[in-house]
Design a protein around this ligand. Structure first.
Ligand code: ADP
Ligand code: NI
Length: 215
């Protein structure tokens, strides 16, 4: 199989893998990240093959979906082996998957250009209109409140603390989503993030105004 055929097969595998998800980690998220990451990769002259595989596989071993395979990236490795992806590429992709996710103040900047790109693409999908929709979908799936005016927002959480939060979805904007713009790695990422960030700020202002009965 050539690379294009492998990508097509992987896309089919990913569609099956995420078929049952309703918490914002679905096939459509993988496809948006894949497209955005490839677009940035072209701008940045990065290795498209690594970026494509890592973006398609970045959430198959996420702790929220498959905690038992998180450490060794079991699902991603199984799929790459199935389609005879080289050992060298498997290693690069696993390193990206390990570095990509948001973990409060323990978040890392990936040490490859390809990792930086996949991280930007993944984070772009967590902000803006789609990011807002995903956050409330996640909150609903995890029985979280929309908002709790009594809450105190924390932005200096360790990975473990961040993962154990049970806060409202509006709190999630302050604990993660509003921080992402300033964490972008690439020029294209920063540009897209600015627009999406502004839109989230507008949304939060409206939300407050309605909550307080000002409009
Ligand atoms: P990503 O897919 O960008 O790595 P995550 O795995 O952290 O992001 O989360 C997937 C989606 O669920 C994102 O849109 C994220 O904002 C949302 N999400 C994660 N944790 C929460 C939470 N505690 N409250 C609301 N939304 C959340
Ligand atoms: Ni993701």
């Amino acid at each position: 199989m050539n690379r294009m055929e492998i990508e097509k097969e992987l896309i089919r595998e990913i569609r099956e893998f995420f078929a049952a998800d309703s918490s914002g980690h679905d096939y459509d998220h993988m496809m948006r990240v894949y497209r955005t990451a490839r677009m940035i990769a072209e701008e940045e002259h990065a290795d498209l093959w690594t970026v494509s595989l890592a973006s398609l596989l970045h959430d198959t071993d996420d702790y929220k979906i498959s905690p038992e395979t998180e450490e060794e990236h079991g699902n991603a490795v199984r799929l790459m082996k199935k389609y005879n992806v080289s050992e060298e590429t498997q290693k690069k992709v696993c390193r990206i998957i390990a570095q990509v996710s948001f973990s409060g103040k323990d978040s890392v900047v990936p040490d490859s250009l390809e990792g930086k790109i996949v991280q930007d693409a993944d984070r772009l999908d967590a902000i803006g209109a789609i990011g807002i929709a995903r956050a409330f979908a996640y909150g609903g799936a995890h029985h979280r409140k929309l908002y709790d005016p009594e809450e105190i927002y924390r932005t200096d959480l360790s990975k473990e603390e961040y993962r154990s939060l049970q806060s409202s979805t509006i709190a999630h904007f302050h604990e993660k989503l509003l921080l992402l713009r300033d964490m972008m790695n690439t020029k294209t990422g920063r540009m897209l993030a600015q627009h999406r960030h502004d839109f989230m700020e507008m949304f939060l202002d409206e939300f407050d105004a309605e909550w307080e009965g000002r409009i």
